[in-house]
Design a protein around this ligand. Structure first.
Ligand code: 5GP
Ligand code: ZN
Length: 138
């Protein structure tokens, strides 16, 4: 399979429910869950169920399916804030750390640039549960 079989991949483990995550969206081809070190409140990751390191490792149909999921998650993000950033890091030089393709959906509340790597706090359980309640409804 393109990008390997994902045996040691943390996002594959989440997709297979072998690792915990606060899941906010799921369909046949894709899943979204809260980022464990959010840049802002509600920062979510949208991933294909099929393993691939980057978008172009996926068959085009899987890319389309991923965009469908991204659309859903963006709409749900608007429950938290009207504005958001969508980001995709492809390759280490672009800041990719987890080599399973994912879109970041990052709600923006009018704060100054929140993209400081050393200012990210781990997602708290109470807030995560509240966010799942807000974001997981269709
Ligand atoms: P990248 O830099 O690869 O685009 O982003 C990877 C993202 O995945 C980071 O924002 C990081 O906080 C998040 N992340 C890494 N490991 C885990 C994990 O085990 N669970 C969750 N929910 N997020 C993770
Ligand atoms: Zn994977």
């Amino acid at each position: 399979m393109a990008g390997g079989d994902g045996q040691d991949c943390v996002f594959c483990a989440i997709v297979r429910r072998r690792a915990p995550a606060y899941i906010i969206y799921e369909d046949e081809d894709a899943m979204a869950f809260l980022d464990i070190y959010p840049f802002t409140r509600g920062h979510a990751l949208v991933v294909p169920k099929q393993h691939g390191a980057r978008l172009t490792d996926l068959p085009f149909e899987s890319q389309v399916a991923l965009l469908r999921a991204l659309d859903r998650v963006c709409r749900r993000s608007e429950r938290l804030a009207d504005d958001y950033n969508v980001a995709l890091n492809a390759g280490a030089n672009a800041g990719q750390i987890v080599f399973h393709v994912h879109f970041h959906v990052i709600p923006r509340y009018g704060e100054a640039n929140p993209f400081h790597p050393n200012r990210r706090n781990r997602l708290g359980e109470t807030d995560a549960r509240e966010l799942v309640g807000l974001l997981s409804a269709p």
